[in-house]
Design a protein around this ligand. Structure first.
Ligand code: PLP
Length: 367
């Protein structure tokens, strides 16, 4: 077990040594941003650590109101719903929209929280091949009854493979089916892709009816909690029809204050996104140069796998000896891990080109 002894950043202290850190999900390192920390500390001093009740009880505070205001501005919507963990977002969507669909079609590599939510709502669940619109079309033909409406659910950006779901192709497949809807788990896309950081739909320029998403405050936004944005009637419906967030405590005060500040920072500082995308594209191109098949999307997750004679677990250990931290995942060890295991590399907006070059160079010497 490793112990992180500083705030996560491009240089992070782990197990008593400072390393070049290419792991985790804090793509802008907002967890350690001085304004974010100050907001969290200030809020705790005023309102304590937590409200000790759900947001449907007395759990709303000036901090949660501020979070909702910042989030609505960030997402450009009338309203938002915030809850204790991004993991709950898929349940909130599938329960809250329960009257709007009859069968669930989920990507095979969907995050655990999608599959848990899908099996919780007592509707047929059909799995289609990862990011495969043609298989989705086939499964819809095979399993959807003529009068039924499907919901397609998937990750926006997959946590380990870093792939982006081909949502425009799904829209195309669904356009013949009356009442079809899509739910995207945007945990890794929130604040990351799309011109304004609003996630996968914005990245593809998709708007309109039937496109729903949930996000997290715990990755790029550096705090903790989940979020769904939309118009007032939709958010009211989700609150009324889903068991979460009624069933759990509101987001803890420091996390809510940190998230509100992080959303403000990301809203005003467009440069952060540019730097993140530039770094991601730069690093991906470097790894393609080493022979890895990697897409050229701005998603800041790089997945190295399936290179002949390379033991990726040994590679991670060797890199760690050289004070570079990346993540190794065995096949089946998490959702969207390639069958034979993989190295997951996170790119941050604040990584320097020297750090990225150093990582690529170290890996090129070891493979
Ligand atoms: C796709 C996906 N959804 C949801 C989550 C959970 O988000 P949170 O940590 O906010 O509960 C994760 C993170 O692990 C994830 O990768």
């Amino acid at each position: 077990m490793h112990i992180m002894e500083s705030t996560p950043g491009p240089r992070t202290v782990i197990d008593g040594k400072e390393v070049d850190y290419f792991a985790g999900t804090g793509y802008y390192c907002l967890q350690g941003h001085p304004e974010v920390i100050a907001a969290a500390v200030e809020a705790v001093k005023k309102y304590g650590v937590a409200s000790g009740t759900s947001s449907t009880g007395y759990g709303n505070t000036p901090v949660s109101v501020e979070l909702e205001t910042s989030a609505a501005r960030f997402f450009g919507t009338e309203s938002v719903i915030c809850y204790a963990s991004g993991c709950l977002g898929n349940s909130i969507l599938l329960e809250g929209l329960g009257d709007d669909y009859d069968a669930i079609f989920a990507d095979k590599e969907s995050h655990y929280s999608i599959m848990n939510a899908a099996y919780m709502v007592y509707k047929p669940v059909i799995v289609f091949e990862d990011r495969d619109p043609e298989d989705l079309r086939k499964k819809l033909k095979m399993y959807l009854e003529p009068s039924q409406r499907p919901v397609v659910i998937c990750d926006g950006i997959f946590p380990i493979s870093g792939h982006i779901s081909p949502i425009p192709q799904y829209v195309e497949v669904l356009k013949e089916i009356e009442g079809a809807i899509i739910c995207v788990d945007d945990a890794h896309a929130t604040g990351v892709i799309g011109e304004k950081g609003r996630g996968t739909y914005e990245y593809f320029g998709l708007t309109g009816e039937g496109l729903y998403a949930s996000g997290t405050l715990g990755k790029a936004l550096g705090a903790q909690g989940g979020i769904i944005a939309g118009d007032k009637a939709y958010i009211k419906k989700l609150k009324e029809k889903s068991t979460f967030p009624n069933a759990c405590s509101a987001i803890a005060i420091p996390a809510a204050a940190a998230a509100a500040k992080a959303l403000d920072i990301l809203y005003r500082d467009l440069d952060l996104r540019r730097k993140l995308w530039d770094n991601a594209l730069y690093a991906k191109s470097g790894f393609r140069g080493l022979g890895f098949a990697i897409d050229d999307s701005p998603a800041p997750i790089i997945c190295l796998h399936s290179l002949k004679n390379v033991d990726f677990q040994a590679l991670q250990l060797e890199l760690y000896k050289k004070n570079i931290a990346v993540t190794y995942l065995a096949g089946g060890g998490y959702t969207s891990v390639p069958r034979n295991g993989a190295l997951r590399i996170s790119i941050f907006s604040s990584h320097t080109r020297e750090q990225i070059d150093g990582l690529i160079e170290a890996i090129s010497r070891l493979i």
